[in-house]
Design a protein around this ligand. Structure first.
Ligand code: NAP
Length: 286
C-alpha cells in the first residue's frame, strides 16, 4: 500500500499532483530545484539519495524537467543533464531502495506524421527537448522495471500565469487578436484530471509505458476557439494560422494525439472534456 509519496519537481504538474494527493490524505512531500521546503537538483545523484533517505517514500513521481522547447533547441546540454541523466539518476536510487517509480514523459517523443499513437509505436523525436525526454525514457526503462512511464500532454489554469491556456485567456480578456495553429493537433487533458489519473494508475500493478490523454483530438486553433466560444469572448479574436509560418525555433510534430485505450482499461477516472471543465471552472455551471 502507498502511504508516503514524493513528488520531484513541483512545477505546474508536480504541484497539482502534490496538492491533490495531500487532499486525498496521502502523506506527500515535494521538491523543487530553486524554491520550496526541499531543494533537490536531480543532476546530483547523492542529493537524490539524501532526500530519499530523509523522506522514505513508498512511491516517487518525477515531474522535474526543463520544458522550454525553443530555449533547449538553442542550448540543449542542460536539458540532457536534467531530462535524461537526471531521470536516470532517480531510477537508479529508486531501484536501490526498491521504491516504485512514476516518470512523466511527453507526447512530443513522436514525429507527428501518424495519429493516435499507441504505447508500442516507434518514437522519433524531432527537436532537442523531445530527444532529451526520449533518452530519459530509455534510461528509466532500462534501469528499473518497477517503473510506470506516462506519456501525456495537458492544459490548465496556471497561477503564475504561464503556459498555453493562460496565454489564450489573457489575449481574450485583453480583446487582442492572436493566431492559433490549425495544423498542430493534440489530445491534452486538464491538469487536475490528469493528476487524478496519475494518482490512480500508481496504485495499479501496471508497469511500463502508458499514454494518459484526453478523448478530444483537436488543433490548437480549435482549442483556442472553443475556449473563446464557451467563455463568451469574441471568437473573431482567434485567427487560424499555420505553424509553417511561425517564428518558433524548434521543429514541432504536427499530430501528437495519443491513444488512451490502455489507460482506460487500467483506471476508471472519468475524462473531463474541455467545455465541461471551462463551464464548471469559469461559469459555475455544472
Ligand atoms: N507543460 C507541458 O505542456 C507538458 C506537456 C507534456 C509533457 N510535459 C512533461 O510534464 C512534466 C512536468 O512539466 P511542467 O510543465 O509541470 O514543468 P514546469 O512547470 O516547468 O516544472 C518543472 C519542475 O522541474 C524542476 N526542475 C528543473 N530543473 C531541475 C533539476 N535540475 N533538478 C530538480 N528539479 C528541477 C523545477 O524546479 P524549479 O522551479 O525550482 O526550477 C520545477 O519544479 C515534465 O516532465 C514535462 O516534460 C509537460
Amino acid at each position: 500500500m502507498i502511504e508516503k509519496l514524493l513528488v520531484i519537481g513541483a512545477g505546474f504538474l508536480g504541484n497539482t499532483i502534490f496538492q491533490l494527493a495531500t487532499k486525498t490524505g496521502l502523506t506527500t512531500s515535494c521538491t523543487n530545484k530553486t524554491h520550496g521546503s526541499i531543494h533537490l537538483d536531480i543532476r546530483e545523484i547523492h542529493m537524490i539519495e539524501k532526500v530519499i533517505n530523509s523522506v522514505k517514500p513508498d512511491l516517487i513521481i518525477n515531474c522535474a524537467a526543463l520544458t522550454n522547447i525553443d530555449e533547449i533547441e538553442r542550448e540543449p546540454k542542460t536539458a540532457y543533464d536534467v531530462n535524461s541523466i537526471g531521470a536516470g539518476n532517480i531510477a537508479k536510487i529508486a531501484k536501490k531502495n526498491k521504491i516504485k517509480f512514476v516518470h512523466i514523459s511527453t507526447d512530443g517523443v513522436f514525429d507527428g506524421s501518424e495519429r493516435l499513437y499507441l504505447e508500442s509505436d516507434k518514437t522519433n523525436p524531432i527537436n532537442e527537448y523531445a530527444k532529451s525526454k526520449k533518452l530519459g525514457e530509455d534510461l528509466v526503462l532500462e534501469t528499473y522495471d518497477d517503473s510506470i512511464l506516462v506519456r501525456t500532454n495537458f492544459y490548465g489554469h496556471n497561477n503564475e500565469n504561464k503556459f498555453l491556456f493562460n496565454w489564450i485567456l489573457n489575449n481574450l480578456k485583453q480583446n487582442q487578436k492572436f493566431t492559433a495553429f490549425s495544423d498542430v493537433i493534440f489530445n491534452p487533458l486538464e491538469i487536475c484530471n490528469l493528476s487524478l489519473m496519475i494518482l490512480d494508475i500508481m496504485k495499479t500493478d501496471f508497469r511500463g509505458i502508458v499514454n494518459i490523454a484526453g478523448d478530444e483530438i483537436i488543433s490548437k486553433y480549435q482549442f483556442a476557439y472553443k475556449i473563446a466560444k464557451t467563455l463568451n469572448f469574441d471568437t473573431n479574436l482567434v485567427e487560424s494560422g499555420s505553424i509553417k509560418n511561425s517564428s518558433l525555433i524548434a521543429n514541432r510534430p504536427l499530430n501528437t494525439s495519443l491513444s488512451n485505450k490502455l489507460a482506460k482499461s487500467l483506471i476508471t477516472t472519468e475524462i473531463i472534456p474541455l467545455e465541461k471543465w471551462l463551464k464548471e471552472k469559469f461559469l459555475n455551471v455544472s
